[in-house]
Design a protein around this ligand. Structure first.
Ligand code: JFZ
Length: 486
């Protein structure tokens, strides 16, 4: 039954209706919220932006700053963990930590030598800390005087010198920028020993003031004053919301539309052009999309005088090929000393890797991920970890990368010798394609390798058993058709 409203109720309904109309009219009168630069972007624009990244596969990360002076030791006490966190781990007051700037004079810094080393290592892009969590800018910032040009006797802009050296070497150059943590600023995240907690800074507006007055202006000056920037490597998005992140995205897209954004601008990796895995975290199996593993060459990002545990050339090569065969990039870090010199041990190992890539780089640069997968390993059948999950048991005998019509098998360990000869079988995974030829990338003559086909259809390459003594030998199998048929 329909009930008729009382006169009072009718008046109220009229008021509500008028208010709704007024609101609608006001909204209609307002122009729609301007779509952000990211919203306007077409998938084709992102695809174009990321092409160089897919070709590059191997980059140099550099963590350099005031933290390289204490180098893991503060007033005779060993600071635990990664060297660039010394201010946090030792709860050093801002006023005390800032005094380090007065003694920062890396007189042996040589941008040309650093870029040449990256090139010799076979690295195809460089990303350096422009401002880490300690808030100190490693470039001549006009936004904050707390920077290497204004606050140190060095009185130079190493990032400007590196950008010029990278331009000479046609080496893509990008910046790490800690957009959220800034232990020098009252509104930056992370310093709760001098300032209020993260939550209080977020609630009070201090954090948004820090973003508005320091972080975004510094990102803009990096994108305005140092030539083409291949990527912005944001990090630890504490209290970072989509709205706060959008300001950074719009700054990047408006100033340098070709600059990639990594996967740590926002929690969960959204807002970026590619995914960043956890530190040194290589996925056990292949992973779709564009992604990058940030990794240390020892156990710290910033220089520690007590950590010379450099990854060997063989370890680095395996990790590079392993990551490439799963579809990702390897961003491998060095931590220069306060003198401006990259520790010699890390340089030596990187140059050994570069010599291997000079011969075998075709299997890495621009190569696609493995069409197989069994080579990565298996989840344990019975073993369970403390969380009740089946641990992944990796295999490391070989990895496969691809290009149209070619399979690149990087062989790290052979197990089946051919009788007592100096030969061994490399047992190929099953695929239908006919094999046109096979040869070692390390053989300038591309001498065809014997392909043994067994009654069950399985096929093996006959190769030297001494491949086991190398850091990995690449056998190229040229197949009929562009891709593997299973
Ligand atoms: C961060 C920084 O705190 C560190 O100093 C270094 O710069 C590193 C590259 O990035 O550390 C992280 C950030 C994220 C993860 C791990 C360490 N993560 O998501 O696992």
């Amino acid at each position: 039954m329909i009930k008729h409203a009382s006169p009072f109720h009718s008046f109220r309904l009229l008021l509500v209706a008028l208010a709704g109309f007024a609101l609608g009219a006001s909204l209609a009168a307002q122009p729609p919220a301007a779509p952000s630069a990211a919203d306007l972007e077409s998938p084709a624009a992102r695809e174009a932006r990321v092409q160089w990244f897919r070709q590059a596969k191997f980059g140099l990360f550099i963590h350099w700053g005031l933290y390289s002076i204490p180098a893991g030791d503060w007033k005779g006490e060993r600071s635990p963990g990664i060297g660039e966190w010394v201010m946090n781990r030792m709860q050093i007051p801002v006023t005390e930590y800032a005094k380090l700037a007065g003694g920062f004079n890396p007189i042996y810094f040589d941008a040309e030598a650093w870029v040449q080393m990256a090139e010799d290592a076979g690295m195809k892009y460089i990303v350096i800390t422009s401002k880490h969590h300690d808030g100190f800018a490693m470039y001549h910032s006009k936004v904050s005087p707390y920077n290497i040009y204004d606050a140190t006797p060095f009185h130079r802009d190493p990032i400007k010198e590196l950008s010029e050296a990278c331009a000479r070497h046609h080496m893509p150059f990008g910046f790490y920028y800690s957009q959220s943590q800034d232990w020098h600023e009252p509104g930056g995240m992370g310093n709760n020993w001098d300032f209020p907690s993260n939550g209080e800074k977020s609630k009070s507006g201090a954090y948004d003031r820090y973003i508005r007055e320091k972080a975004v202006p510094q990102v803009k000056e990096l994108l305005s004053n140092y030539g083409p920037v291949c990527l912005m490597w944001f990090d630890t998005p504490q209290e970072m919301t989509r709205e706060r992140g959008q300001v950074f995205i719009d700054a990047v897209r408006s100033l340098q539309p070709n600059t990639l954004i990594d996967g740590r601008l926002l929690p969960g990796g959204s807002g970026g052009d590619y995914q960043s895995t956890g530190d040194n975290a290589i996925p056990p199996e292949g992973k779709d999309g564009d992604w990058e593993v940030p990794a240390t060459i020892n156990q710290t990002w910033g220089f520690r005088k007590d950590d010379t545990n450099w990854k060997s050339p063989g370890e680095i090569i395996f990790k590079l090929v392993d990551i490439a065969s799963k579809g990702g990039n390897y961003l491998l870090n060095v931590g220069p000393m306060p003198t401006g010199i990259i520790p010699q041990g890390s340089q030596n190992n990187l140059r050994s890797v570069g010599r291997w890539l000079k011969v075998n780089g075709e299997a890495v640069y621009g190569a696609g991920r493995s069409p197989f997968g069994d080579e990565f390993g298996d989840y344990a059948a019975k073993l369970r970890d403390r969380g009740g999950k089946a641990p992944f048991l990796p295999r490391t005998d070989w990895r496969c990368t691809t290009k149209p019509g070619k399979l690149y098998f990087t062989i790290f360990h052979l197990t089946e010798r051919v009788g007592s000869s100096n030969d061994a079988y490399f047992n190929l995974p099953a695929f239908k394609n006919a094999i046109k030829t096979a040869y070692l990338l390390g053989d300038p003559q591309k001498t065809p390798l014997e392909v043994k086909t067994r009654e069950d259809g399985s096929r093996s390459l006959v190769v030297s058993r001494f491949i086991n003594d190398t850091m990995g030998a690449v056998a190229v199998v040229e197949i009929a058709g562009d891709a593997v048929g299973h």
